[in-house]
Design a protein around this ligand. Structure first.
Ligand code: HEC
Length: 121
């Protein structure tokens, strides 16, 4: 259920070329309308290092069972798995990281990055 919601939110918000301007009606609430412009360099890299790569780095000493094909060492890898990351880590009841510890603000930022940002950045 959570997964479905997150993926839906994602499809709705796929590449927004220009942010909605204030003069536009917000009848169809765009979750990206007020999004900060976040990317790998100003947010993503630090975020995955702090919260994910203890288990998801290719070099993680103890993956705790994290799938070998889910490594987030590069911006390309992160974007390859963007849908899964959003579904499990940026949804309303996130399951990643398994023990939590990500602030609500950072979960919103994660969505702004992978849900609203420029694909591949
Ligand atoms: C303590 C170790 C640990 C941390 C930290 C962690 N994960 Fe995981 N992750 C796992 C394990 C174990 C699995 C496989 C079991 C599962 O899906 O619950 C997994 C699975 C996943 C999957 C699903 C992979 C698939 O095959 O579909 C995604 C997506 C994911 N993690 C994202 C993240 C993100 C994003 C973060 C950081 C916000 C994170 N994880 C932090 C251990 C971790």
């Amino acid at each position: 259920m959570v997964l479905v919601l997150a993926l839906t939110a994602c499809t709705v918000t796929q590449p927004t070329e220009t942010a909605a301007t204030d003069s536009e009606d917000h009848e169809t609430a765009d979750p990206c309308a007020d999004a900060a412009i976040l990317d790998w360099d100003n947010f993503g890299h630090g975020f995955v290092i702090e919260h994910c790569n203890g288990c998801h780095a290719a070099t993680a000493r103890d993956r705790h069972g994290a799938p070998l094909d889910h490594t987030y060492d590069t911006v390309e890898e992160a974007w390859t798995h963007a849908d899964g990351i959003l579904a499990l880590a940026a949804s309303d009841s996130p399951s990643m990281p398994p023990r939590g510890g990500v602030s609500d603000d950072d979960r919103v930022r994660l969505f702004w990055w992978l849900g609203c940002g420029t694909t591949g950045r």
